[in-house]
Design a protein around this ligand. Structure first.
Ligand code: PHE
Length: 378
């Protein structure tokens, strides 16, 4: 007997999933019977026909009578089934047509042809990865402020990653970067040795070598550190660097710009807070904290302690500071006389912000490619 949509009595997640699974099974089974236009048409009417197609039945017997509390879940299931049904009907059509055309050609020519005029197999379009989505959002906040986008190489020299950023050779500040070096370069002078860049800051220098001031740029990119993977570390991650250089740029400009950017990213009620820090290439340096957007700054979630901010109500989001005059010395000949220009720089971790933004508790999930995880962001 032909399948009809059963009434739902039990709205538990288990029964809903089982019932939806049965619909999909029927959908796929019946699609096997599609071999020509007539059988496809019957299939189409049965599943998508306005009057009493199964999609309509699902709406009438599942969605409409669903009790209030179960409505959102049944609604989501219904929407998902409806698009699966539509897709199955479309695919069944492509399939019987391809088979028919291929069959004709094959019979005529006695071989199995490649006909590039055939319609392609329809594939579902993927969704943007949460890290890339966050990356794009951050970049666009700064583009709206007039910043351009610059990029640089992931395999970098010691000179750009360290020396020109005021990390002198053998200076202990280099130890903070857990650098991955390319092997077998002992015979090269230190500044030419290659490494995987540990931050996007080398592109500050590369850009200032090419462009005279004033400049305002953001630099998104991949960076690597020798950190074993765990819930909050990954040997590969992403940063977005910013650099503004002009005459009379002050720490006030830095604060105003970053305060605006944080509000644009996390909502206008977010508060910012700067704490003194150290980076060799900025002076003074600071870390920027924002009020925890999970607990709103209270440090608590209901009666539980808020984990993302470790109950402090504040979350560190980036490092920043005024460009150190010693850095300008390396690009002085291109118009960056530290007596004439000043600037600020900042660098933020995209993955970390994506974790916070989406309430994900393990950074590894971003890089494992598990479709079940990624589908949740589509
Ligand atoms: N490059 C620094 C880091 O990776 C961040 C930073 C960028 C700090 C620019 C100050 C200015 O930790």
């Amino acid at each position: 007997m032909a399948y009809t949509v059963p009434k739902l009595t039990d709205y538990s997640e288990e029964s809903l999933v089982a019932a939806a699974g049965e619909v999909v099974k029927q959908l796929n089974d019946e699609s096997k019977a599609v071999t020509d236009e007539a059988s496809w048409d019957a299939y189409r009417v049965r599943w998508t026909g306005r009057k009493n197609g199964i999609t309509t039945q699902l709406n009438e017997t599942w969605l409409k009578p669903a009790p209030g509390a179960s409505k959102p879940r049944v609604g989501a299931l219904y929407a998902d089934l409806r698009s699966q049904i539509q897709r199955a009907v479309d695919e069944a059509k492509d399939r019987y047509r391809n088979v028919a055309i291929l069959g004709d050609h094959a019979r005529a020519k006695g071989l199995y042809p490649l006909d590039i005029s055939l319609p392609g197999v329809r594939r579902t379009i993927g969704a943007e990865h949460p890290v890339m989505k966050t990356w794009r959002e951050i970049v666009s906040v700064f583009q709206k402020l007039g910043y351009s986008v610059a990029e640089g190489p992931v395999v970098e020299t010691d000179y750009y990653n360290f020396e020109a950023l005021n990390f002198p050779p053998n200076h202990p500040a280099r130890d903070t970067q857990d650098t991955l070096f390319i092997a077998g370069q002992q015979s090269k002078p230190q500044r030419e040795r290659l490494l995987l860049r540990t931050h996007t800051s080398p592109v500050q220098i590369r850009t200032m070598e090419k462009m005279r001031p004033p400049i305002r740029i953001v630099i998104p990119g991949t960076v690597h550190r020798n950190d074993p993977p765990d819930a909050s570390h990954s040997p590969m991650f992403h940063q977005i660097e910013g650099l503004a250089v002009d005459t009379n740029i002050t720490f006030g400009d830095l604060k105003g710009t970053l305060d605006h950017a944080m509000k644009a990213l996390f909502g206008s009620s977010v508060k910012t807070h700067f704490r003194p820090s150290f980076f060799p290439f900025t002076e003074p340096s600071a870390e920027l904290y924002v009020t925890c957007f999970i607990c709103g700054g209270s440090g608590k979630r209901g009666t539980d302690p808020c984990r993302p901010c470790k109950q402090t109500g504040w979350i560190e989001v980036l490092g920043c500071g005024m460009v150190d005059p010693n850095v300008f010395e390396f690009v002085k000949d291109n118009g960056y006389d530290p007596k004439k220009v000043s600037g600020f720089a900042f660098g933020m971790g995209v993955d970390r912000l994506a974790l916070l933004k989406y309430g994900v508790d393990d950074i590894q999930l971003f890089f494992q490619g598990d479709v079940r995880f990624l589908q949740q962001f589509s």
